[in-house]
Design a binder for this molecule. Structure first.
Ligand code: XIL
Length: 324
């Protein structure tokens, strides 16, 4: 008998387990769709809800690819995690090719969020409202939105999202902030200030794009704890663990321990709600494009076969009490 898929282990524990999904293999490769549907209870569109693809001209939205993912998820009993309403990357040229006066930039941002979060109101359960707004030193990252609007663009975005999608969980999402460090200190200050000002922020996403060096789990645990102390839900949103290619039995075993350590550390937190990887098969991972010479970062290999990392995730869920 084959072991139960991940989603069957996650559901009784009240957890989301998921992956990002790309619309092309979803439409063209049956093993891709079948594996997603079998293993996961939530998906995040990898690119199709970013500004560039979904808002190609100022007066035009293109929901077609994102809608296809949402329909697939609905038909498969999966939730959808939206990504993302404000980011400095993958923006359309019409937006970034000129500087906007503050009031006009605010109007553009509000319109976009009303249109996109509004289109999916009631169907998207959680949104990465603001992605990667903090720099490594803990200050606000220099982005077009910061230039045009100033620091309050973050609050404006969360308020607009709450209006357009009143039932969605609204998250702040970032990378390199897993451990307690200058960057996670900056995120902590940002979210504390937002909450004190009454801005609706419900959770934090730790991307967890890791290397074979992993993450200091003791520091990660302390960091999770302080964000939970703000009353936030905790999510791992984009985990992958990139390896120098070719991967070896040793590097795959080490990778499995990193996946295990992260999930185990999260499961110890009552506010932990969801664990997602950035893709699920090594066949379609952003890593080899972004980090040449590295890859094999996900729990399934390029033939959709489970790797040691997959077994580690399964064992970890099995070991966690069913009523968390
Ligand atoms: C990546 C996608 O995986 C790639 O296909 C795309 O070319 C670039 O963006 N952090 C994020 C994601 O929040 O949106 C990024 O996704 C990976 C890093």
């Amino acid at each position: 008998m084959s072991p139960p898929p991940l989603r069957e282990l996650a559901a009784p524990r009240g957890l989301w387990i998921g992956a990002c999904v790309a619309s092309t293999p979803l439409a063209t490769e049956s093993a891709y769709a079948e594996t997603l549907r079998r293993e996961f209870n939530v998906v995040t569109p990898e690119n199709d809800m970013k500004w560039g693809p979904i808002h190609p001209a100022r007066d035009r939205y293109d929901f077609s690819r994102a809608d296809a993912i949402v329909s697939f998820a609905a038909a498969s009993g999966m939730a959808v995690h939206g990504h993302t309403l404000v980011w400095h990357n993958q923006n359309p040229a019409w937006l970034t090719s000129s500087a906007w006066p503050r009031e006009e930039a605010i109007a553009i941002l509000r319109e976009h969020i009303a249109a996109v979060a509004g289109h999916y109101a009631g169907t998207i359960a959680a949104w990465d409202v603001v992605n990667e707004a903090i720099a490594n030193d803990g200050s606000l990252r220099q982005t077009p939105w910061l230039d045009w609007i100033g620091p309050d663009y973050v609050a404006i975005a969360f308020r607009a999202a709450a209006e357009a999608a009143p039932r969605a969980k609204l998250l702040y999402n970032d990378y390199g902030a897993e451990a307690a460090n200058a960057k996670s200190d900056g995120i902590y200050r940002l979210i504390s200030d937002l909450l004190h000002a009454g801005v609706p922020v419900h959770g934090i996403g730790f991307q967890c794009h890791l290397t074979i060096d992993g993450v200091d789990l003791e520091s990660f645990a302390r960091n999770l704890q302080r964000f939970a102390g703000l009353g936030l839900e905790l999510y791992v949103t984009e985990m992958d663990v990139r390896l120098p290619l070719p991967a070896t039995a040793n590097s795959l075993a080490r990778q499995a321990e990193i996946y295990r350590g992260v999930l185990e550390t999260c499961l110890a937190q009552p506010a932990f709600r969801g664990f997602q990887t950035w893709g699920f098969t090594d066949k379609y991972s952003w890593i080899p494009h972004r980090f040449p010479g590295q890859g094999a970062a996900l729990p399934l290999d390029e033939h959709y076969r489970p790797k040691p990392a997959y077994d580690a995730l399964r064992e970890c869920l099995l070991a966690s009490p069913a009523a968390r």
